[in-house]
Design a protein around this ligand. Structure first.
Ligand SMILES: [Zn+2]
Ligand SMILES: [Zn+2]
Length: 149
């Protein structure tokens, strides 16, 4: 890592290379090296990708807020489109989570951890409402009523 490799840096072409970029496999000098074992260019590319994904996460968050507002309305809570929308948002989030873990996108992971509980809560709510599940209290009450009639 520290000693010269006897080759010039493949990015600046000036200094001696001391490492190899993990992504593009080019020989790099200390000046052209960045975090995560990447060269400057690959690191910049990685940041660009992460910023792009964070913009998608912002969209997911905004849509989740819209869904949360709709789910509270009687006429929307049973709408199939709402259910599909929440499901697809959750799927998008899961895919991004997979990518963030694989690429070590720390900022992205943080954002996902903020959004995931909100979206999961909505998903459970819409499935309970639309799946025709009865709440245990209601069933118990009906049973009692039946017994005493
Ligand atoms: Zn260099
Ligand atoms: Zn590189």
């Amino acid at each position: 890592m520290v000693s010269s490799m006897g080759y010039p840096c493949e990015i600046c072409g000036k200094k001696d290379a001391v490492s190899i970029c993990l992504r593009c496999r080019r020989l790099i000098c200390r000046d052209c090296m960045s975090s995560f074992g990447l060269c400057k260019e690959c690191y910049a590319f990685k940041r660009m990708i992460e910023n792009d994904r964070i913009r998608i996460l912002d969209y997911i968050y905004k849509m989740a807020i819209v869904c949360r507002e709709r789910i509270g309305r009687q006429d929307c809570a049973r709408c199939m489109i709402l259910r599909e929308q929440i499901l697809s948002l959750y799927k998008m989030l899961k895919d991004l989570m997979h990518e963030a873990k694989k690429e070590y996108f720390e900022d992205m992971m943080k954002r996902i951890r903020d959004i995931e509980p909100l979206l999961r809560g909505l998903l459970i709510r819409v499935i309970v409402t639309q799946g025709g599940l009865r709440l245990p209290e209601i069933e118990t009450k009906e049973e009692v009523d039946f017994t005493y009639t």
